[in-house]
Unconditional design. Structure first.
Length: 487
C-alpha cells in the first residue's frame, strides 16, 4: 500500500453494507492503480447482485425511522458529516490524487466542492415546503412532499467525491436511504466518504457503498429491484440509456447526468484575454475529463488567428506529470485505454486535414498521459466535433456569423453546458436563449457550485443536481384532499 495518510483508517478496502465493513460473498477483489505511475494501490472487495440486494433491503428498513425524523435531526447528522469531510480534506485529497490522477490542488478543490453539497442540502432539507390549494367547493387540496424511497446511485471516476455527495446529500436530507456503486477506477474516495458518514452518526443501512468489477450485475439489481424507487446516474450516455431502459420495467424515476459536447463560442467583440482564460480552464481542467469541459472552441473569423496564437502559447506553459508534484499543472488521464481513445480522435482529425498547433501525441511521462493539444483546420465531420473528447485536446473551429455559431453549437445530440464570450448585452441574451443546453456560461466557464441547478437537456440527461431544484429529484408530490368541510 503506497498511500500515506494522517489517518490511515480512512483507507478502506471492503464494501460497506448495512453499517458494516464486509468482503464480497465470493471473496473476490479488484485492483486499484495510480494512473500516474501504474503502481498498485489496493485490492478492493468486489460485490455482485446478492450483496446489492441485501444493501437495498437494509436501506428499506433503515428508511422507516430516518424519514420520520424531523428534518432538523437529519440535518444535524449531515452537518457533522460535512465537518468531518472538511477536517479530513488533506487525506481525502491524497486518496483522490492517488487513484484518479488529478493534481493535489484540484483534489483539494474537489473535496471542498463535494463537502459544499452536504452542507447545502443539510440546510435545504429543512425547507421542503408543500402547498394548500383553495378549491371551489367544500374541500381543500393539500400538497405534501415526501421522500421518493430507496435511491440507487451509480457514479463515475472523474469526480470521485463530489458526484457522490451531490446525490447522497439531497437523498439523505429529505429522508431517503441510498445504495451507491462507485466507479471501479476510484472506489477508495467513496469508501472514505462513507466511513466519515458513519463516524458522523448516520444510522446503519442508510448509506451502503458497493464497489465491484461487475457493473452490470450491481446495476442490474439496482434497476430491477422493486424496492428501489429511484436511480440516479452520472456517466456516459450509452450506459445512461441502458439504465433507463432497465428502469422502465418497474417504472422507476431516474436522474441522468450524461455526456456533453460543450461549445465555447467566442465572438469578435469578446474580451480576448478573458475568453482565453475561460477556455483554458473549461478545456483542460481535470485534464479535459469533465462532462462540462469545452469540447469545441468556436471562434469568430475576425479574432481567430489572434486567439489561436495566444491560446496555444498559454497551453505550451502547461506541465503534465504526477499530480503529487508541485510543478505539475495537469495530471494523467484515467487509463491507458482512455489515452489511446483520445489519440485515435486526434489521428482521425489529422488524417482528415487538421493541423496540430501543439501537442498531438501521447505523453512521455507514462501510459496514461496525453499532451495538451490544440488543433486547427478542423471541420464538422471530424470525430472531435461530433464526439465527447474527454481529454486535453482543443479543436478550434472558425465561424462567420452569429447564426452559424448557434447552428454549430446545436448540431449535436448533447446539451449539457455551453459558453459564450461577447461584450454585447443583446448578443449574450440572444445566444444564451438560442442554444439548446441546460447550462450557459456568459463570459464565464467556472459555472458550477452547490447553489446552482446542474444538468442537461437532449441526450445529456434529465434532472438537476444542486440548488433548491436538486431536492425535487428525491421527492414525490402527494396530493391530499380534505373534504366535507361544511359538515
Ligand atoms: P465512463 O466513461 O465515465 O467510465 P461509464 O458510463 O462507463 O462512463 O461509467 C460510469 C459508471 O457507470 C461507473 O460506475 C461504471 O462502473 C458504471 N457502469 C458501466 N456500465 C454499467 C452497466 N452496464 N450497468 C451499471 N453500471 C455501469
Amino acid at each position: 500500500m503506497t498511500i500515506q495518510l494522517k489517518d490511515s483508517s480512512l483507507l478502506k478496502t471492503q464494501a460497506f453494507i448495512d453499517g458494516a465493513w464486509v468482503d464480497g460473498d465470493k471473496g473476490e477483489t479488484f485492483a486499484v492503480t495510480d494512473p500516474a505511475t501504474g503502481q498498485h494501490l489496493a485490492d478492493v472487495a468486489s460485490v455482485g447482485a446478492d450483496e446489492t440486494r441485501r444493501a437495498i433491503a437494509a436501506a428499506d428498513r433503515a428508511m422507516i425511522e430516518w424519514k420520520a425524523l424531523p428534518a432538523k435531526s437529519r440535518s444535524d447528522v449531515l452537518e457533522k458529516w460535512h465537518q468531518l469531510i472538511v477536517d479530513n480534506t488533506e487525506d481525502l485529497a491524497v486518496i483522490m490524487t492517488a487513484e484518479q490522477g488529478k493534481t493535489l490542488a484540484e483534489s483539494r478543490g474537489e473535496v471542498a466542492y463535494g463537502a459544499s453539497f452536504v452542507k447545502w442540502f443539510a440546510e435545504e432539507g429543512k425547507r421542503v415546503y408543500g402547498d394548500i390549494i383553495p378549491t371551489p367547493s367544500d374541500r381543500r387540496g393539500v400538497v405534501v412532499k415526501q421522500p421518493v424511497g430507496v435511491v440507487a446511485a451509480i457514479t463515475p471516476w472523474n469526480f470521485p467525491n463530489a458526484m457522490i455527495t451531490r446525490k447522497a446529500g439531497p437523498a439523505l436530507a429529505v429522508g431517503c436511504a441510498i445504495v451507491l456503486k462507485p466507479a471501479a477506477e476510484t472506489p477508495l474516495s467513496a469508501l472514505a466518504l462513507v466511513e466519515l458518514a458513519n463516524r458522523a452518526g448516520l444510522p446503519a443501512g442508510l448509506f451502503s457503498v458497493l464497489p465491484g468489477m461487475d457493473a452490470p450485475a450491481i446495476g442490474g439489481e439496482m434497476t430491477s429491484n422493486p424496492t428501489v424507487k429511484k436511480v440516479t446516474f452520472t456517466g456516459s450516455t450509452p450506459v445512461g440509456k441502458l439504465l433507463m431502459k432497465q428502469c422502465a420495467d418497474t417504472v422507476k424515476r431516474t436522474s441522468m447526468e450524461l455526456g456533453g459536447n460543450a461549445p465555447v463560442i467566442i465572438f469578435d467583440d469578446a474580451d480576448l484575454d478573458l475568453a482565453i482564460a475561460g477556455a483554458l480552464t473549461a478545456k483542460y481542467r481535470n485534464s479535459g475529463q469533465t462532462c462540462i469541459c469545452a469540447n469545441r472552441l468556436l471562434v469568430q473569423e475576425g479574432i481567430y488567428d489572434a486567439f489561436v496564437e495566444k491560446f496555444s502559447a498559454a497551453v505550451s506553459e502547461f506541465r503534465i506529470g504526477n499530480g503529487f508534484e508541485a510543478a505539475t499543472t495537469h495530471g494523467p488521464v484515467i487509463t491507458e485505454k482512455a489515452a489511446k481513445e483520445i489519440h485515435s480522435k486526434v489521428q482521425n482529425a489529422v488524417e482528415e486535414g487538421a493541423t496540430v498547433v501543439i501537442g498531438g501525441q501521447p505523453g512521455e511521462q507514462g501510459a496514461c498521459f496525453y499532451q495538451p493539444t490544440v488543433l486547427t483546420n478542423v471541420t464538422e465531420d471530424m470525430r472531435v466535433f461530433r464526439e465527447e473528447i474527454f481529454g486535453p485536446v482543443a479543436p478550434v473551429f472558425k465561424f462567420s456569423t452569429e447564426a452559424d455559431a448557434i447552428r454549430m453549437a446545436n448540431d449535436t445530440e448533447f446539451g449539457l453546458a455551453a459558453y459564450v464570450y461577447t461584450e454585447s448585452m443583446g448578443r449574450s441574451w440572444r445566444v444564451s436563449e438560442a442554444v439548446d443546453y441546460g447550462m450557459v456560461g456568459v463570459n464565464e466557464t467556472a459555472i458550477s457550485s452547490e447553489v446552482i441547478p446542474f444538468g442537461g437537456v437532449k441526450e445529456s440527461g434529465q434532472g438537476r443536481e444542486g440548488s433548491k431544484y436538486g431536492l425535487d429529484d428525491y421527492l414525490e408530490t402527494k396530493y391530499i384532499c380534505f373534504g366535507a368541510l361544511q359538515r
